[in-house]
Ligand binder design. Structure first.
Ligand SMILES: Cc1cc2nc3c(=O)[nH]c(=O)nc-3n(C[C@H](O)[C@H](O)[C@H](O)COP(=O)(O)OP(=O)(O)OC[C@H]3O[C@@H](n4cnc5c(N)ncnc54)[C@H](O)[C@@H]3O)c2cc1C
Length: 480
């Protein structure tokens, strides 16, 4: 006889009363989807391991009040729960480690208010970034947040990992783009930060939730900054003979007060892997793509100064075509068949950020650690420098092993050994554990190493907000 799961449904009747029966899902296929994200380890283990952690139930609320009631339900019944946006995180942040309940926020995708005088938009946090941007574009605006997972991730997900898009050098991280947050706390109460961020009315507590990866509360609404669509947006590529020259040129552009929306420097391997293979470049070296946007006159004045800095640093002007082509296809290299996501290879990104005097050392230490330390596995390391500021820059390194042990335990050990080398290279040379993908489970073990004080402080906050650790346990180095 085919079993129907009716006993399980009975248990969730209270949830059905909150969101409606069609939005309480216990189907195995949905549980499978909600069990994984895009982390290599998750996908690898999902197919290797029996009893991979999975939720008991997935709930789809449509407003803040429903989220509060679901959280109160979890509190009363002592059920673990977590929030899920697009599920495109790549560190295991949305894996329901202890089972329980997944609160999928995709129905919370409403635009609440567009303010065309102060240029803000108030939205529910489950909205996909792509849908928010499409709405704004139709009205003549943009949020200017363009991460490579733009099509698949939600605003709440980006806030939770403090994500960064390709135009960050001018528009900043997501934390620079949000004025106000509404959050359902683990005790079921609602928190709303003050309507403006730049005040002297006590600490700006909204900052607590940027990068908290859903361990301190569930973000339900945000008031975001928007901009007019630019009158002009231009891109140009330059070829630098080596990485050092490229970093120095980028540094000069940023510290001299120029405001490029895009600055992206590829190392030699990435120049070959991405710009030669995918965009037909026929030269060797390090390509730097620079972009400006805004009012035409200002863009042109900035272009002139920036291009002369690049020339002084012996940058060869490759013109607009390659750069514009890159912009038009900017997400393609992150997805199959061009990226490694679906390949049966072992891979990870370990993005980091540091001041200018430290960043190059971190890059070379990581590269040496991977390529020399794991030579017997033909380990490959490559990177691009993608988010630049007037005090430092970040880079996005990838390691790749096309061959790795067939024994899962050995494979996982090897993966973690490579992560150890890379993350320690960053921490020991003045960098951080991660720049924009977050910690999730992947980097849990490094949270103490990067700063014992920071780690203790986050434990105090977690204990105060969620003493029973019901909300997303085992992430961000918090709880097991
Ligand atoms: C191909 C690819 C390219 C990527 N490129 C970029 C990039 O350029 N820049 C970048 O920053 N990231 C990038 N990422 C990483 C990923 O998109 C981000 O980590 C993003 O923040 C995840 O958002 P999501 O909605 O998919 O979140 P999920 O994967 O659903 O969740 C991620 C974490 O956030 C928590 N969370 C989600 N929603 C909420 C909420 N409303 N309240 C509280 N907690 C919540 C979850 O519990 C989990 O801990 C990329 C990922 C992929 C697969």
């Amino acid at each position: 006889m085919k079993k129907c799961g009716c006993f399980e449904k009975n248990q969730w009747y209270e949830l059905e009363k909150i969101v409606g029966s069609e939005y309480v899902i216990t189907d195995q296929s949905e549980k499978d989807v909600q069990s994984i994200d895009v982390w290599w380890m998750t996908r690898y283990c999902f197919f290797q391991q029996e009893n991979f952690p999975q939720p008991s139930v997935i709930v789809f609320p449509e407003n803040t009040d429903q989220v509060r009631k679901i959280v109160q339900f979890c509190l009363i019944h002592k059920i673990h729960y977590l929030a899920r946006g697009g599920g495109a995180g790549d560190g295991g942040g949305s894996i329901p480690l202890k089972g329980g309940l997944v609160i999928d926020l995709k129905r919370m995708d409403k635009i609440i208010e567009l303010n065309e005088r102060s240029l803000t938009v108030r939205v529910q946090a489950g909205i996909l970034q792509k849908h928010l941007e499409e709405f704004l574009n139709r009205k003549g605006y943009t949020m200017n947040h363009f991460p490579a997972s733009f099509n698949t991730s939600a605003l709440g997900g980006f806030i939770s990992t403090n994500g960064t898009g390709v135009l960050s050098s001018k528009y900043g991280k997501i934390s620079d783009m949000v004025h106000q947050l509404e959050v359902v706390l683990p005790n079921g109460n609602l928190f709303k930060s003050l309507p403006v961020r730049l005040h002297s009315t006590g600490p700006d507590y909204s900052r607590l939730f940027f990068g908290a990866e859903g361990t301190f509360g569930i973000i339900t609404e945000a008031l975001c900054k928007i901009h007019y669509l630019p009158e002009k947006r231009s891109f140009r590529a330059f070829l630098l003979s080596n990485l050092q020259k490229g970093i120095e040129a980028g540094r000069q552009i940023m510290v001299k007060g120029l405001n490029p929306c895009l600055l992206r420097l590829y190392d030699e391997y990435d120049t070959r892997h991405i710009l030669q293979k995918q965009y037909g470049l026929e030269k060797e070296g390090c390509v730097l793509i620079i972009g400006f946007d805004g009012m035409k006159k200002i863009v042109e004045a900035q272009e002139e100064v920036a291009y002369s800095i690049l020339e002084q640093n012996e940058g060869e002007d490759l013109g607009e075509k390659l750069a514009v082509n890159w912009w038009d296809n900017r997400y393609r290299s992150y997805y199959p068949p061009l990226d490694y996501i679906c390949e049966p290879w072992m891979t990870a990104v370990m993005d980091t950020v540091a001041p200018y005097e430290k960043i190059e050392t971190i890059y070379w230490e990581m590269k040496k650690g991977v390529e020399e330390g794991f030579k017997s596995w033909n380990a490959i390391f490559h990177a691009h420098f993608s988010h630049w500021y007037d005090w430092g820059t970040s880079f996005y390194p990838t390691f790749l092993l096309k061959d790795f042990p067939s024994n899962p335990h050995e494979a996982i050990r090897l993966y973690n050994q490579i992560l150890d080398i890379c993350v320690q290279a960053s921490i020991q040379n003045g960098g951080v554990v991660n720049e924009h993908h977050g910690i999730g489970m992947r980097f849990n073990r490094f949270m103490k190493d990067v700063s014992e004080e920071n780690y203790q402080f986050s434990q105090i906050i977690k204990k105060a907000l969620d003493p029973e650790s019901l909300l997303n346990p085992g992430k961000l180095g918090l709880g097991e």
